[in-house]
Structure formats: structure tokens, C-alpha cells
Design a protein around this ligand. Structure first.
Ligand SMILES: Nc1ncnc2c1ncn2[C@@H]1O[C@H](COP(=O)(O)OP(=O)(O)OP(=O)(O)O)[C@@H](O)[C@H]1O
Length: 258
């Protein structure tokens, strides 16, 4: 379970990106975080794995107070939390399987790290993860020969191979075409439903958020202005999250997904 208790995040330049955040996210939920550009969505999800430190309040993940973790504890904690980015963060000049195996590097003894000698079990886990996202047949191809959607699936497999309890995704389909975006969203849904993994996704495409997530958290100017079931989201709620004026209209048009 993830709990935000009156969390505030102020950047060193004085920008208050989040304030008065009170949220409780149960294991196995599929949550979409939506809001205008600059609302604080990325900051919110990056506080969960301590890519950003919170400034005040408490953030508790599986009974661990995140701010109190130090050094090695942070690294161990991060291994329980997968993170997927808009840019896939892959080593493109090498094979798919190599990119997935890289997730095991922190676990390897020094000599195995030097030799790049992964265990049979690690190779099996990497292939299983590729199978789970439907690209097992690409295992020995070079990443730069794959499409954007396939590359995002490699990133997903690399994260799955770690067997995290929570999957954070920061705009994972923003650079994909509509058809491929849906395929990747289908993968997230499968991971959420079959593997019971918590998925928290920051996403601009409102239509996709409403189609795939069970719960919507709407952020506006650093505050949660809506938190509820996807089926309770209507035009009124979207107006609260995005505003009603011209800026919101332009923003929504830019965000709408055809
Ligand atoms: N490292 C930083 N230092 C200072 N201010 C920052 C930093 N990162 C983000 N901000 C500011 O904090 C606010 C929230 O940013 P954040 O990236 O969380 O928004 P977002 O909703 O994810 O936006 P987008 O949809 O455009 O990615 C913005 O005003 C942004 O300019």
C-alpha cells in the first residue's frame, strides 16, 4: 500500500510542485494520474520511488517511510518498484535479451558483473518476461531494429524481470502511435490483472486513462482535485481537473487522442 500524508514537494528554486497530498493506493490498483502540463503528475510518481525527495509530510510504501531510507536501503527499495519512462532508456546497439538481463546486474557478484555472466535462472526469467509482453521472438534482435512500441515492451520486460510489486509509468505511450499505444496499454492491463501488480501511470491521453485505469487521480496546480473511480469521471470532473477557459480548451485539444 502507498500512503501520502499531507505531502508537499518544493523544488530548490522555490517552486511548490505538490501540496496537501493525501492519498492511499491499495495493492493491485490501476491508477491513472491526469492533469495539465506542469500540474505535478511526474513529481507525484517520482516521489514514490524517491527519485525526488518530499519536502514535508509522510510518504509510506509497504510500511516503509520512504524519506528515512539511506544508501543501500534506497537501492533495495527501488528494486521493488519498476519505472517505465516515455523514452525507453534502452541500450539500442545491443540485443533485446541483453537489455532485459541488465536488470540483474545489481544482484551479480563482482566477477559475474565483469564477465557479464548471467545465471541460467536469470536468463530464464528474462525470456519469461519477454514472453509476458509478447516479444519472445525478438530476444536476439538488436533493439535499434525494433519499432517504438516493441522497444517500450522491451523496457516493460526489463522492469518485469525484477518482479516488482509496483509499476510506475511516466507517460509510457506519449511517443507511440494510437494503435501501438493501445497495445502497450493492453500489456499494462495484463500485468495489473494477471500479476496483480499495482500500476500508477501518469498519462496525457484522457481517453486511454478512462479506458484502462480503474481509478483516476486528477492533479491541478500541485493539488489533488479529483480522486475517484473511472466511471465517476464526467465532463464536470474534467472541467475541475483541466479548467474551463481557453487555456484548458487548447490543452484538452492538444491532449485529445484520436
Ligand atoms: N527539477 C525541477 N526544478 C524546479 N521545478 C521543477 C522541476 N521539475 C519540475 N518542476 C516544476 O514543477 C511543476 C510540476 O512539474 P511536473 O513535471 O511534475 O508536471 P507534470 O504534470 O508532470 O507536467 P508534464 O505533463 O508537462 O510532464 C512544474 O511547474 C515544473 O516546472
Amino acid at each position: 500500500m502507498i500512503e501520502f500524508i499531507d505531502v508537499e514537494k518544493k523544488y530548490p528554486n522555490g517552486m511548490v510542485a505538490l501540496q496537501h497530498i493525501n492519498l492511499s493506493i491499495d495493492d493491485g490498483e490501476f491508477v491513472a494520474v491526469i492533469g495539465l502540463s506542469g500540474a505535478g503528475k511526474s513529481t507525484l510518481i517520482r516521489c514514490i520511488n524517491r527519485m525526488h525527495d518530499i519536502s514535508s509530510g509522510k510518504l509510506i510504501v509497504d510500511e516503509i517511510e520512504v524519506a528515512k531510507l539511506k544508501g543501500k536501503e534506497i537501492r533495495n527499495f527501488r528494486r521493488k518498484i519498476g519505472m517505465i519512462f516515455q523514452s525507453f532508456n534502452l541500450v539500442t546497439r545491443t540485443s533485446v535479451i541483453h537489455n532485459v538481463l541488465v536488470s540483474f546486474v545489481p544482484e551479480l557478484p563482482f566477477w559475474r558483473k565483469v564477465l557479464g555472466a548471467y545465471t541460467k535462472d536469470q536468463k530464464r526469467k528474462a525470456l519469461t518476461a519477454l514472453d509476458q509482453v509478447g516479444i519472445l521472438d525478438k530476444a536476439y534482435e538488436r533493439v535499434d531494429q525494433l519499432s517504438g512500441g516493441q522497444q517500450q515492451r522491451v523496457a516493460l520486460a526489463r522492469t518485469l524481470a525484477q518482479n516488482p510489486a509496483i509499476m510506475l509509468a511516466d507517460e509510457p505511450v506519449a511517443s507511440l502511435d494510437p494503435v501501438t499505444a493501445r497495445q502497450v496499454m493492453d500489456d499494462f492491463k495484463k500485468i495489473n490483472q494477471r500479476m496483480k501488480m499495482t500500476v500508477i501511470m501518469n498519462i496525457h491521453h484522457v481517453e486511454l486513462a478512462l479506458e484502462y485505469a480503474d481509478r483516476i487521480i486528477g492533479i491541478r496546480k500541485g493539488e489533488v482535485v479529483f480522486d475517484g473511480s473511472t466511471k465517476d469521471v464526467n465532463q464536470n470532473v474534467l472541467d475541475i481537473i483541466y479548467g474551463k477557459g481557453q487555456q484548458a480548451k487548447e490543452g484538452r485539444e492538444a491532449l485529445s487522442y484520436v
